[in-house]
Design a protein. Sequence first.
Length: 74
Amino acid sequence: MDLNHEYFQHQLSLMRASAAGTHLAKTRHLAAASVTADRIGNHQSGIGADAADGWVRSSHNLDFWIDRDVGVAS
């Protein structure tokens, strides 16, 4: 896994969410950030990296903003 790419995608999703013009767009971008954070956390856990816990916790904190009826942004 290219972690630099994944971190970049996560940051892009958060920036897009911040700039989103609608609640729906913001929700989709935050959902994409959450999926990416979970992927990073799972990878880090798999290799025994200490930072994995932080990624998993932070991705679950995004759940506050996610509308469960909305799909992940592509």
